[in-house]
Design a binder for this molecule. Structure first.
Ligand code: ATP
Length: 344
């Protein structure tokens, strides 16, 4: 549906976007994810028409819209700050865009009422923005965009103004609303949890470039490189020096496993915390030792921070509450499948 082709953009000497290529399907919840300054807002602004690229094209349903003015594009941008009109009530805020389009009052009322129903705003029509909670304001802003029936809704960090518990609630609502309306959503965020929970597909960006585009599941299970592995979910990184002469049993087994690519220098091993077990079962074919440095309590779960005998770097291990009272500096045996290690 939307094809972003060879898009580049510089601001003076800063190359904000470097040859971006992306394809986004109809009805998809797509997320642009990356650290601050990686270029995601610039890309969103180019898709919405508020910024023009130096090079490249934006093709929507086979139509080149690269130079089309924002108000002539079938896209709508949900601002981070919601940008509601403070002097208008909820109903007036939502209907404002339609009134400017010279649609009949009957049709406007019909569409506004339908959207208020779907976004759970019934009963709040007469309230001014100042009389609304953060979550309600967010729903009004969403309703105001959706009532115009855009083909694509662009969302710039839509949950960033909400506190933690409201954010969790709105995440589920946002996903429900998107599936209900079947509108294509493109959401910018630097919050990996938000992207993993909401998006059908995620483009991970760094330094003006797209590093990997995949479903949340594939990004998590098969990150393409160190940057993605480090950015998506928690990953333990161990600096394994293959040329170390004092190799212990675990090191020797790793060296002979075929995982280690460069036997003459250091290798960065990555393993997810949930792939390390503290009791053995028949699927786990590798054992190593670790020394506990710190025990962090998370209610029912315990996180053990430890130093393994595989090399340099602290690792995080998930444990159950029976490890609440484990002593610092005590040694533990860790078990995993040798194929859970990946080299970065
Ligand atoms: P954040 O998450 O912090 O909003 P971002 O990933 O959205 O960051 P952009 O806002 O797209 O990043 O900015 C990308 C780069 O371009 C940054 O180095 C930024 O300073 C620069 N930049 C963006 N807009 C302008 C502008 N109008 N003038 C000059 N430099 C800009």
């Amino acid at each position: 549906m939307l094809r972003i082709s060879n898009i580049s953009k510089s601001f003076g000497v800063v190359k904000a976007l470097n040859n971006i290529n992306l394809e986004i399907d109809n009805g998809e919840f797509f997320s642009l994810l990356g650290p601050s300054g990686c270029g995601k807002t610039t890309l969103l602004r180019i898709i919405s028409g508020f910024e023009l690229p130096d090079n490249g094209e934006i093709i929507l349903n086979e139509q080149n819209i690269t130079n089309t003015k924002p108000y002539n594009r079938p896209t709508n941008l949900l601002f981070q700050s919601y940008a509601l009109f403070p002097h208008l009530n909820v109903m007036q805020n939502i209907s404002y865009g339609l009134q400017r389009e010279k649609i009949s009052k009957i049709e406007i009322d019909k569409r506004v009422n339908a959207i208020m129903e779907k976004t759970s705003l019934n009963g709040l029509q007469d309230r001014k923005p100042i009389e609304l909670s953060g979550g309600q304001m967010q729903r009004v802003a969403l309703a105001r965009c959706l009532v115009k029936e855009p083909k694509i809704l662009l969302l710039d960090e839509p949950l960033s103004a909400l506190d933690k518990s409201l954010k969790e609630k709105m995440k589920i609502e946002l996903k429900k609303i998107q599936k209900d309306f079947k509108t294509t959503f493109i959401m910018v965020t630097h919050d990996q949890d938000e992207a993993l929970v909401l998006a059908d597909k995620i483009a991970v960006m760094d330094n003006g470039e797209i590093i990997q585009v995949d479903t949340p599941k594939i990004l998590y299970s098969s990150p393409k490189n160190y940057f993605v592995a480090n950015f998506i979910g928690k990953m333990n990184f161990i600096e394994f020096n293959a040329s170390n002469n004092e190799t212990n049993t675990a090191n020797k087994k790793l060296l002979n496993s075929g995982i280690i690519k460069d036997k003459n220098s250091k290798n960065i091993l990555g393993i997810r915390p949930e792939d390390i077990y503290l009791t053995i079962n028949e699927t786990l074919n590798f054992e190593f030792e670790a020394e506990i440095i710190h025990v962090a309590y998370h209610g029912q779960e315990v996180e053990l921070i430890a130093k393994s005998d595989l090399g340099f770097g602290e690792i995080s291990i998930k444990a159950d509450k029976s490890f609440h009272n484990v002593e610092k500096n005590s040694k533990i045996s860790c078990f995993c499948n040798i194929n859970s290690f990946k080299i970065y």
